[in-house]
Ligand binder design. Structure first.
Ligand code: MG
Length: 368
């Protein structure tokens, strides 16, 4: 069965509240959607969120990468040989992980449909007994003034979420105060993950995290305390605090992941399909995590249900994935799609529908 054509279109979905981190503020999801079609008419869908401050990929660069490089390279290839398609896509242009991820996800969706399997069953064939059918996601609390963050946290816990991912990284001492007040307001049973999004220096990270430890704030982990290219800084922080450190922006590729695992650049790894360039490379990081005995989170950028659901399928398939940060659809005001995993507050329920499961994507597609 050959890959007959690739089409692209755009979707815009407003957010419930603006998404604010140490790096950016965003008001709506504005993503490119990819549709791949097999010779027999079966379709697969993928999604690309332009996250320039993290991946370097913009709306224009993603579209150009797919239109001028990826589509001409892989259209007409044999869908039964997915590894060859992935190798060709990897070679046709360097980096551009978001564009590659969107096409990779669409191809996996299509491939699983052709195999008549849900994607998570297909990805979980290495160890079917470890496959999960339900996940619990955390939800992001944006970085704001402490009062607003406390209000957001209390509201979110009231909606049933039990794991908060709190964005900090805008001032060490203020960050301790933010977490102290949130902990006071939500009580001790709520899990708090802290994400600094590269916002601290290594010394600031150690003193801030140590202050949180000394205050008994019960932080589960701290994500990406220092700049993504400061590998030694990540090692330093990991070695000097008790709280587990999770590498996010430091790990894009399989090679990045292996380096962190081998050289103890962090205790945990956050895999995001938009950083790895899709499922193909993410699976390799999961294999490495199994070898090293490292636990992983599957995270997402600010994305809607198509690509987040691809992350859901991978998270459900692999035992090394013990944490889900797949709150994109929960942050969107509406769900414009039909089918796919069901997002019920913090719970995500997988179905036995083939592929990713999404059946309707209300986008005007242009064949390229
Ligand atoms: Mg992060």
């Amino acid at each position: 069965m050959k890959l007959k054509e690739i089409a692209i279109g755009y979707i815009e979905i407003p957010l419930v509240t603006p998404f604010k981190t140490a790096l950016r503020t965003v008001n709506s999801v504005n993503d490119l959607i990819v549709k791949v079609t097999a010779e027999d008419g079966i379709e697969g869908y993928g999604e690309a969120p332009p996250t320039a401050v993290i991946t370097g990929d913009t709306k224009e660069s993603i579209e150009a990468a797919i239109r001028y490089y990826i589509a001409p390279s892989i259209t007409g290839m044999d869908l039964d040989d997915l590894p060859s398609i992935m190798a060709k896509m990897e070679k046709c242009l360097a980096k551009n992980t978001t564009a590659k991820a969107a096409v990779d996800i669409a191809l996996y969706d299509l491939y699983a449909k052709l195999q008549k399997k849900p994607l998570f069953r297909l990805l979980g064939e290495k160890d079917p007994s470890a496959v999960k059918t339900e996940l619990e996601t955390d939800i992001t609390i944006s970085v704001n003034d402490t009062d607003e963050m406390v209000r957001d946290s209390v509201k979110t816990v009231g909606e049933g979420f039990r794991i908060l991912k709190v964005k900090v990284g805008k001032g060490g001492e203020k960050d301790v105060e933010r977490i102290r007040e949130i902990r006071k307001a939500v009580g001790k049973d709520v899990v708090i993950r802290v994400d600094a999004n590269q916002g601290w220096t290594r010394e600031e990270a150690v003193s801030t995290i140590t202050a949180m430890e000394d205050a008994g704030l019960g932080i589960e982990l701290v994500e990406q305390p220092v700049s993504y290219h400061d590998f030694k800084g990540m090692q330093y922080v990991t070695a000097h605090v008790q709280t587990p450190i999770l590498a996010d922006e430091s790990v894009f590729s399989y090679e990045d992941g292996v380096r962190v695992m081998e050289e103890h650049g962090a205790d945990l790894v956050n895999i995001k399909l938009m950083k790895t360039g899709g499922i193909h490379e993410a699976v390799k990081i999961c294999d490495a995590a199994d070898r090293f005995g490292i636990k992983c989170m599957i995270g997402c950028m600010l994305e809607s249900k198509v690509s987040v659901s691809a992350g859901v399928h991978l998270a459900a398939a692999r035992s090394c994935v013990t944490m889900a940060d797949l709150d994109g659809p929960s942050l969107c005001k509406v769900d414009p799609y039909e089918g796919g995993p069901v997002y019920q507050g913090p719970k995500i329920l997988l179905s036995e529908d083939y592929g990713i499961g999404i059946t309707k994507v209300p986008v005007k597609f242009e064949r390229i």
